[in-house]
Write a protein that binds this ligand. Structure first.
Ligand SMILES: [Zn+2]
Length: 370
């Protein structure tokens, strides 16, 4: 019914069913068969969210608003017969004496601060992670993500906030990049997923099939264009700046870029990242040449152009100031641990010099004798 109404498909592998206590086993089996062996939900979690929601018990449920995790902080003394929260309320007011008898001072204060229902309305479930108290997929997802990252952390909107902070940081770094304004705009489009690659044109405007115009092998997503298309792969091999350590992030351009910009503070970080932007830009331009002018561009030329444009900009920007040149440490034995016997260590470094118009990569192989 749900599927027909909304056009969505229920994933039965991730679904479970609740039975009320008085459901007979026979009835459960009938339902289960009908629904293709859907499993029975007991107390568990789905996407990190608790599935079972009972009435508010004094112990075992999260009900103390404002406390660290919502639970009662002390274990219940054996002689305490309290079972339900409503046993603590009389005529719409908290029974303060009783509360102080059985709860810690801290819990007691928090409990007394929970407003009791004036109109004697029935209790209802509220979702504490949204302002309205109504569950939304967005806040649910944020809470689930949060629990995935930091189990036991307290507030759902922290996850949303940290995402906001990450986005903010990416934009801020972009606007401060030392590249031409047109390149910032280009990067902004890439990160906002509005660079008009074929997949996007096909999906949003129904134009074409979305395949890559260069290799015709795959859908032209932004990731395909920049990382997986043969021309891009070749280009990166020749480029003076490489991000081999970020291969597994290439499935998501945004995540990949976030990692790239985390190196900005490193030695020559600015240069590497600006050059990277130039390379992405030239890959895009080469792609347009192919599509609109049917002209194939050698990846070597693509990288060369990126390098030239970057150098030109660097030299215009700071005519006197020399772009730093990476230096190897003077005495490698002081900074690098000597390899163990029968072992050879490889050290690599790359340097870019705008003044000298050259780039270099270095590899040192060192055995245990030094
Ligand atoms: Zn391709």
């Amino acid at each position: 019914m749900y599927g027909q109404a909304l056009g969505q498909v229920v994933n039965f592998d991730k679904s479970a069913i609740f039975y009320s206590k008085n459901t007979t086993d026979q009835r459960k089996n009938e339902v289960m068969e009908e629904l293709g062996n859907i499993k029975e939900a007991r107390n568990g979690t789905y996407l990190g969210l608790p599935m079972a929601i009972g009435r508010s018990k004094t112990q075992g449920d999260r009900w103390i608003a404002g406390s660290e995790n919502g639970f009662v902080s002390d274990t219940k003394p054996v002689e305490c017969k309290l079972e339900w929260v409503n046993e603590l309320i009389e005529e719409g007011k908290w029974k303060t004496e009783l509360i102080h008898k059985w709860f810690s001072t801290k819990d007691a204060e928090l409990i007394k601060a929970i407003p009791t229902s004036m109109g004697r309305r029935k209790d209802k479930l509220v979702w504490s992670h949204s302002k309205s108290g109504i569950y939304t997929v967005k806040t649910g997802y944020a809470v689930a993500r949060q629990q995935e990252v930091k189990p036991g952390s307290k507030r759902g909107h922290d996850a949303e906030t940290s995402w906001e902070i990450r986005k903010h940081s990416v934009w801020k770094k972009l606007w401060h990049m030392k590249v031409k304004a047109k390149l910032k705009q280009f990067m902004w489009k890439c990160l906002q997923n509005c660079l008009p690659v074929n997949e996007l044109l096909s999906k949003r405007l129904g134009r074409g099939e979305g395949r890559c115009g260069c290799c015709e092998e795959d859908m032209e997503t932004i990731e395909h264009l920049f990382f997986f298309c043969e021309n891009a792969v070749e280009g990166w091999k020749l480029a003076p700046v490489r991000w081999d350590g970020l291969h597994e992030k290439q499935q998501n351009f945004w995540i990949w870029w976030e990692k790239v910009t985390q190196t900005l503070s490193m030695n020559q970080g600015q240069d590497r990242v600006s050059l990277t932007i130039n390379i992405l830009w030239q890959i895009w331009k080469a792609r347009n040449k192919k599509i609109f002018e049917q002209a194939n561009q050698d990846p070597f030329k693509t990288v060369r152009k990126a390098q030239d444009e970057w150098l030109e900009f660097e030299q215009e920007r700071e005519p006197e100031q020399k772009v730093s040149v990476g230096r190897m440490n003077k005495d490698i034995s002081t900074n690098r641990e000597r390899p163990r016997k029968e072992e050879i260590k490889l050290y690599t470094d790359a340097a870019i010099s705008a003044k000298r118009v050259r780039t270099g990569q270095g590899i040192i192989a060192r055995n245990w004798k030094g």
